[in-house]
Structure formats: structure tokens, C-alpha cells
Ligand binder design. Structure first.
Ligand code: AP5
Length: 207
């Protein structure tokens, strides 16, 4: 089974995806993480993706479909995987369907003002990828990753004006695929408000 996490930027897809990956014993594939890593290492992929990501816009379909295709064909994903951040528009959803694998989309619903609050307080570890929130899940030592001791950073695209653009892109391009999966009876909806643990137990119940 391929699980697809849908929801506004900051809805908790990455956070819930990590927990679900541990519970089900299948990998989480985050196109955002793969692209950010490529940008950080300035690879050819990163150079192509950088400008769109900095503006909060989508990276070209051909690039991300290629990334996901490679992952889905790898041994890691032979028992399935959790897709975080893909598909993000109808073309990507159709490309995913062409693999012919069973799909379940999980729509994590959080109001817009809440995601804006969450994203402004998000800090991430540039070394191990751990995600913190200054309000709800701060690191034990201020500004330092609990897991690996690296100084935490704010994601470039968590600046307020970029967050606004990401939400606009989500509304225009990604929201329509919620209906796409609903019409195929492949959608479950989960209230994404409350603690991480509360959301996760609702999510597990729903799937
Ligand atoms: P991507 O990395 O996918 O960003 P996103 O979808 O905007 O999602 P986020 O990572 O911001 O949020 P999230 O829902 O994972 O929330 P999180 O769990 O971190 O994409 C980035 C960019 O890459 C795109 O803009 C685009 O340019 C490009 N890209 C990626 N995929 C692409 C694709 N398929 N096609 C084209 N381009 C693509 O949580 C957020 C914060 O809230 C954290 O601080 C967390 O600790 C906190 N939090 C989580 N849950 C709770 C809770 N229950 N209560 C309180 N706080 C919580």
C-alpha cells in the first residue's frame, strides 16, 4: 500500500509521516526533504529546484515524478511507503496512478491560521532533519538539536511571505487532488488539531 499524506504546508504531514513509518515499518518518502538535500549539496537536481523552492512554488513535474518513480522502484519501497509532499497537483496524481499500486490518501485538516502559527515557530536540524516547534515541541537545549547537537535553523521557505505563497499554491494546485482521491473512495480525513499524539491516534484509527 502507498499512503499519501495531504494537507496544507505545516499541517503535520512530516511529523505524522515519521510516526506512521515507524508503526508500519515502511519508509517515508518526502519530496521536500529530497529536494532540500539536493539544494544544500548543490547537485544538478538542487540547482534546478532551488529557485522555485525559495519562492514557495512547485518544482517542475518531470523532476519530482522522476524522483518518486525511482523511489517506488527501489527495494526500500517493495512493501509500500508513505508519500509526504507528493502528489501535489493532478498531473502528479495521474502519474502516480499509472504505477497501478494500491493507494490510500490521508488528508490532515488544520485551519490556515494554525499552520501559519506552526510554521513561524518551526525549527529544523540541517544535519539529521529532526523537526522542532518553539511552542509545542522545543529542543531541550535552546537552538540545539536533541539528536545530534547541531545548531537548529529556520527553513528558508518558512519566512512569512514565502509561507503565504506556499498556501496560495496549495489552494490552487494541491487542494483539487483531495477531491480526486475522494471520488475514488481512496481518501480518509483526519482532524489535525490537538497534540501530535492525539492526531496520530486518530490517523491510525482512520486507516
Ligand atoms: P515540503 O517540504 O513538502 O513542504 P510543505 O508541504 O509545505 O509541508 P511542510 O514540510 O512545511 O509541513 P508539514 O505538513 O510536513 O508539517 P510538519 O510536520 O513539519 O515542500 C517544500 C517545497 O519543495 C515546496 O514548496 C516545493 O517547492 C517543493 N516540492 C516538494 N514536493 C514537491 C512536489 N511534489 N512537486 C513540486 N514541488 C515540490 O509540522 C510543521 C510544524 O508544526 C513543526 O514545527 C511541527 O513540530 C509542528 N507540529 C506538527 N504537528 C503538530 C501538532 N499536532 N500540534 C502542534 N504543532 C505541530
Amino acid at each position: 500500500m502507498i499512503y499519501i499524506l495531504l494537507g496544507l504546508p505545516g499541517a503535520g504531514k512530516g511529523t505524522q509521516g515519521e510516526l506512521l513509518s515507524k508503526k508500519l515499518g515502511i519508509p517515508k518518502v518526502s519530496t521536500g526533504d529530497i529536494l532540500r538535500d539536493a539544494v544544500r549539496r548543490a547537485t544538478p537536481l538542487g540547482q534546478k529546484a532551488k529557485e522555485a523552492m525559495e519562492k514557495g512554488q512547485l518544482v517542475s513535474d518531470d523532476i519530482v515524478i522522476g524522483i518518486v518513480e525511482e523511489k517506488l522502484k527501489s527495494r526500500d519501497c517493495e512493501k509500500g511507503c508513505i508519500l509526504d509532499g507528493f502528489p501535489r497537483n493532478l498531473r502528479q496524481a495521474q502519474a502516480l496512478e499509472e504505477f497501478g499500486l494500491p493507494l490510500k490518501a490521508i488528508y490532515i485538516k488544520v485551519p490556515e491560521d494554525e499552520v501559519v502559527r506552526r510554521l513561524s515557530a518551526r525549527r529544523v536540524c540541517p544535519n539529521c532533519g529532526a523537526v522542532y516547534n518553539l511552542i509545542t515541541s522545543p529542543p531541550k537545549k535552546e537552538g540545539i538539536c536533541d539528536r545530534c547537537g547541531t545548531p537548529l535553523i529556520q527553513r528558508e521557505d518558512d519566512r512569512e511571505e514565502v509561507v503565504r505563497e506556499r498556501i496560495k499554491v496549495y489552494r490552487e494546485q494541491t487542494e483539487p487532488i483531495v477531491d480526486y482521491y475522494r471520488r475514488r473512495n481512496a481518501l480518509v480525513e483526519v482532524d489535525g488539531q490537538g497534540s501530535v499524539e492525539e492526531v496520530f491516534s486518530r490517523l491510525v484509527e482512520a486507516i
